[in-house]
Design a protein around this ligand. Structure first.
Ligand SMILES: Cc1cc2nc3c(=O)[nH]c(=O)nc-3n(C[C@H](O)[C@H](O)[C@H](O)COP(=O)(O)OP(=O)(O)OC[C@H]3O[C@@H](n4cnc5c(N)ncnc54)[C@H](O)[C@@H]3O)c2cc1C
Length: 367
């Protein structure tokens, strides 16, 4: 007797921000979801991790995760410290886009992604498969009807690519490129312990990220979970090669030129190697077609200098969850999901995407 393939309402490829948020929302609504990732959680990702109350932090609140976030030790970021022209003294402002939550957050991906995956699998209807690589799609009469994990076929009414900037699913469905912009910037970062909060004295709890502009360069301080601080710098494409060649020393020299951060950087202890990513194109793809959809970076990948990617991934997962829920309950035709999700994804994400692309060409032009 041949075994019937496993079958789900939705198979989601990629279990981080876009995938895990979508799985949690669909699982809460009672839909049968397969969540697949080649990684095993906890698992780190190359990414700093500043996000906003109006975006991912708000979604974490809706998922009931804020107590668990507090328990990681990540401070609530209810202010911001802005240094212009590499000055020593900051202007203190309200947090950017804190939504009704009223604050922003920075939680390392090792902790954050594992927490999201755990939350998704709280629903009995969500099955997680780690260390599993999706290698191909299954099609029937032009519609995507499942995935292949090695030799195994898994059928699903919808297949969602939440598989990041190099998305295999986007390539397999040949998702049309809606916009593509040349690589503009690179971002480097390290983790430190003992990085003091600005002007608040030793041992004070940090209450905001720091942003230091200097020429076409932006340095960041993100007070994060477990008492660790992430310090980062976004540099132009040209400066990227110098920092990469010079490694941690060149990074330290770069931060040393930001007078508001320099002394505290020198007094703290670097506890990681130099991490980061070189210049990559910014791309928007058409995010849905017959039987498939894309959330997060697979559908809209932007330069990280504005730290919008995780917020955008969470928002796109939320709007896709609404459309798929309506369709799976029979309230919406399958074809209608495609146009509706495309419009909603663009409405929530394109303005920020364009601001990131335009502003990132030269930070000196920002008002
Ligand atoms: C250096 C850097 C700094 C950044 N800083 C910030 C920041 O401060 N704030 C912010 O909001 N954003 C930031 N971003 C952007 C952010 O990292 C992304 O927008 C976000 O991770 C997108 O989430 P995602 O769920 O779409 O995809 P990803 O996080 O890329 O997850 C994709 C997952 O899919 C899995 N996968 C891929 N292919 C397969 C397959 N075939 N089978 C099984 N599994 C598969 C991968 O293993 C991975 O776990 C930064 C990015 C970089 C590179």
């Amino acid at each position: 007797m041949t075994q019937q393939p496993e079958s789900y309402d939705v198979a989601i490829v990629g279990a981080r921000i876009g995938g895990a948020v979508l799985a949690a929302l669909l699982g809460d609504a009672g839909h049968r979801v397969l969540l697949v990732d080649r990684a095993s959680f906890p698992s780190d990702a190359i990414s700093t991790h500043f996000f906003r109350g109006s975006g991912l932090a708000g979604v974490l609140g809706e998922l009931g995760l804020l107590d668990e976030i507090d328990a990681t030790g990540a401070p609530r970021l209810s202010s911001e410290y802005l240094y212009t022209d590499g000055r020593a003294e900051p202007t203190v402002t309200d947090p950017q886009d804190p939504g009704s939550l009223g604050y922003n957050l920075s939680v390392r991906r090792l902790a954050l992604d594992a927490l999201l995956v755990r939350r998704a699998t709280r629903s009995a209807s969500v099955r997680l498969r780690e260390r599993s690589v999706v290698t191909d799609l299954v099609r029937d009469d032009g519609r995507v009807v499942g995935v292949r994990i090695g030799d195994e076929v898994v059928r699903a009414r919808w297949v969602v690519g939440a598989d990041g900037q190099g998305s295999l699913i986007a390539r397999l469905v040949d998702a049309p490129i809606q916009e593509r912009h040349d690589p503009i910037r690179a971002l480097f970062y390290v983790y430190l312990t003992g990085f003091e909060a600005p002007a608040a004295g030793a041992g004070a709890t940090p209450d905001g990220p720091e942003f230091s502009f200097r020429g076409d360069e932006l340095a960041y301080v993100f007070p994060s979970d477990a008492g660790v601080t992430c310090v980062a710098v976004s540099v132009s494409r040209d400066a990227f090669h110098q920092v990469r060649a010079g490694g941690l020393e060149a990074f330290g020299a770069c931060i040393g030129r930001h007078r508001g951060l320099a002394d505290r950087y020198r007094s703290a202890t670097v506890v990681s190697r130099l991490l980061g990513q070189g210049p990559q194109p910014s791309t928007v793809r058409v995010p849905a077609g017959p039987g498939w959809a894309l959330v997060g970076d697979s559908g809209m990948r932007q330069d990280p200098w504005t730290g919008e990617g995780m917020d955008s991934a969470a928002r796109s997962a939320r709007v896709l969850a609404e459309e798929l829920d309506a369709q799976l309950r029979g309230r919406l035709a399958a074809d209608a999901v495609i146009g509706r999700y495309h419009a909603a994804r663009d409405a929530q994400g394109l303005d920020n995407f364009h601001a990131t692309v335009e502003g990132g060409r030269d930070l000196r032009t920002l008002g």
